[in-house]
Ligand binder design. Structure first.
Ligand SMILES: Nc1ncnc2c1ncn2[C@@H]1O[C@H](COP(=O)(O)OP(=O)(O)OP(=O)(O)O)[C@@H](O)[C@H]1O
Ligand SMILES: [Mg+2]
Length: 163
């Protein structure tokens, strides 16, 4: 299990982190976002979409009411927000699992709501307030694929002197 911690100082920094991360993802990658309300989950997602489906990046907004937004592109991004759902039962009923193992990248806000439906190998990103506009973002891998992404992200951020 790999762990990487990054503090961003602005929403632009968080979006740039999402773009670096997004460029390392493959179809089937899964990002489980969790943590503070207003922590920057949607902001990071905008960066991920900028990397994978740039023609759709301007469309990224909170899907709180829609539950899912899909952003077509080279690699499609399926963006979920499970804030209003209560757990696996609701989510299974809505039939979202078919996207979890599909042709795109899944980004799930409020992934705390997923219990048994969470795939085994995921990147978990926890967002915490760290004073003013700072956010502490902790990225954890839970398998070979996600650990490999963390390793490559860490190398890239070190090169850019962001770590
Ligand atoms: N370092 C930072 N990273 C990200 N956002 C920041 C940062 N500093 C300030 N902000 C502000 O915090 C807010 C983050 O909003 P965003 O919608 O991305 O959060 P969220 O985690 O998706 O919230 P929610 O839990 O409601 O879905 C924005 O208003 C953004 O401008
Ligand atoms: Mg959000």
């Amino acid at each position: 299990m790999s762990v990487l911690q990054i503090t961003t100082g602005s929403s632009c920094d968080t979006e740039a982190l999402g773009e670096s991360l997004g460029s390392l993802l493959q179809p089937g990658s899964f990002l489980a976002l969790r943590g503070d309300l207003g922590g920057g989950k949607t902001c990071l997602t905008r960066g991920v979409v900028a990397a994978l489906a740039p023609q759709s990046a301007h469309l990224v907004a909170s899907p709180t009411y829609a539950i899912m937004n899909s952003y077509p592109g080279n690699t499609p991004v399926y963006h979920f927000d499970f804030y209003r759902l209560t757990g696996d039962d609701d989510i299974a009923e809505l039939g979202f699992e078919e996207f979890f193992y599909g042709d795109g990248v899944c980004v799930v806000e409020w992934s705390e709501r997923l219990v048994e439906l969470l795939p085994a190998d995921v990147l978990t990103l926890r967002f915490e307030y760290a004073g003013d506009d700072r956010r502490l973002i902790t990225i954890t891998g839970s398998g070979q694929k996600s650990d490999n992404v963390i390793e490559r992200l860490s190398e890239r951020l070190q090169k850019q002197k962001k770590l």
